[in-house]
Design a protein. Sequence first.
Lengths: 374, 308
Amino acid sequence: MSAFESLELRGVGRRFGGVDALAGLDLTIRAGEFVALLGPSGCGKSTALNCLAGLLPLTHGEILLDGRRIDTLPPERRGFGMVFQSYALFPHLSVEKNVAFGLQMQGVPRAETDRRVRAAIELVKLGEHARKLPGQLSGGQQQRVAIARAVVLEPSLVLMDEPLSNLDAKLRLDMRTEIRRLHQSLGLTTIYVTHDQEEALSLADRLVVMREGRVQQVGTPDELYESPTSWYVADFMGYRNILPATVVSASGGEAVVELPGTGGADGVRLTGRAVGALRAGDSVRVAVRPEDFVVAGPGAAADGGAGAIGGAVAVVEYHGREHAVSVQAGDVMLHARSATPPVVGGAVRLTAPVERVLVFPESLDAPVPQEVAA
Amino acid sequence: MTSRTGGAQRSTASLRHRLAERGIDPTLLLLVPGLVVAVALFVYPFSYGIGLTVQPTAAMQEQWGGGVFANYVAFFRDPFVFDSIGITMRLALPAALFNVLASIPVAMVLRHRFRGKRLLTSLLVLPITLGTVLTAQGLLIFAGRQGWLNRALLQAGLIDEPLQLVNNYLGVMFSLVITGFPFAFLLISSYLSGIDPSLEQAARTLGAGWWQRFRRIVLPLLAPGLATTFVLTFVLAFSVFPSARLVGDAMGSTRVMSLMAFRAFGEQNDYAMASTIALMMGAVELLVVVAVLGLRSLLYRGTTGGKG
């Protein structure tokens, strides 16, 4: 399959019995790019991938490859490689024959097939297992066969549907590196579906965060990590503390908010960076990363930061270089990190720099100014 | 190595574990009622039947010789009896083969979701609830010389003479298909649902068309199931009795083994010969079953990746 310049999705949508599993997906993918679709289960990311592969017909929109419509082609004529979550290896065929299957379907001559199969198997380092059946391999090895089977055809586009979700944590890290290495050495355009933000951030050139069948934000990993445009995206990007609040005052890109239920009559006041236009009285969500909270003793003064939330240490978990600390502040549980373990039950104050406290409008459906439109 | 010689080290494990170590599992006692029933209702009658076969009547011994094995000599020497093997095979093998082969495309199509699928499946499976006698009755009324089918065709001017569809080989074949197809269809459907649908999707993304997907992926994974289904429908068809008599040609082209056994038992009161024929019937079935399962063992029989 020849390479392409751009793959364009225009208003792609898929309805299931009156429910939009995917709606209005606009996305242009350049050759060689690694794009991750990120979102929780049911957000439409797998639907989008299946639509691209042709396994699900579109109900709206079109898919163009260099301006040529391909959404009307059956999957077997699109020439895209796909790696399935369940691997979908043919259980009755050996590793070699699994990898050779696609080449045989294309009628590639025997000698060339053998050569390419051997190269693909070497690429995923499975040389000594070539004659085994998939059932005799470990999960990680099976996944590598699935990848070899997809890339041996040198497809113009590789689609990966949560390929690492069935592997254990250590293997997942190894395979992540492997996939990145393969992408860098082969330069194959890849679309990768995952619900794991770490996986998406580490692998992708560009991320598409999805929610309820719609795109929530598109951007490079650091754009999304540093400047999420909604609390939903922030939630995915490791802002583990997402608290409902009310705006007291807003000016100059900063907002003072009140956190109900955090002690006191009206709750604690915090100052944060406003994302989008906010007015006093608006319902908002405040997002703070655990690593941005500073755990201080109860006597420490609030020194010009965002403000301080007082609470009692509820749980301390050892994480090697640091400790994950859960602090009960009134009705809410806050998550923070600390180099030294605080005493469980002891009183602490959590503070954070103003620019690390993000204040988002509560509603996710309202159009958010796309600062980082792709 | 356990120190048996010392004797000082008594095992502290529970009685249950000590028994288990010697291969005794007390829960196996739960099998006793089942074993009693099996012995009383199967093993004893079966052995008794075998015993009968070597107690031929005086007439048989006189006619065929062979002493206590006179019945077996008669079975192999009497063409009227022996030919029934071939007659039964000519019915059971094609019927089983047809049921299996016809079920494959139907089961494949009925895997997909579509409107009216439940109705169609019910219609296909419904004949299972009909007894063979009811099926035979229906066939006689529908396809007999004076049946609806022949009258309709005659009046439409498509034929000049009524078609001979019952009281012959065809009638029994129809009956075997009507009763055997639902079995084959249900079995093959469940084998198919055990094949992970993502395998076919993967084959599609690798460029395989529908025939290649069927030939290279579905068929090899389905083959062991097809063999099992064939064996079951074959056994079902081989023991055909009511329809061979009711819609067949009982003394001619559908003179099947079970009819011969019944003749010896009911008409000639020769229980010993009837048992002999029944036993040989079992032996022939066993040969076919062993042959098919032998071929099956050469196929891939591991996981098919699906929920099955």
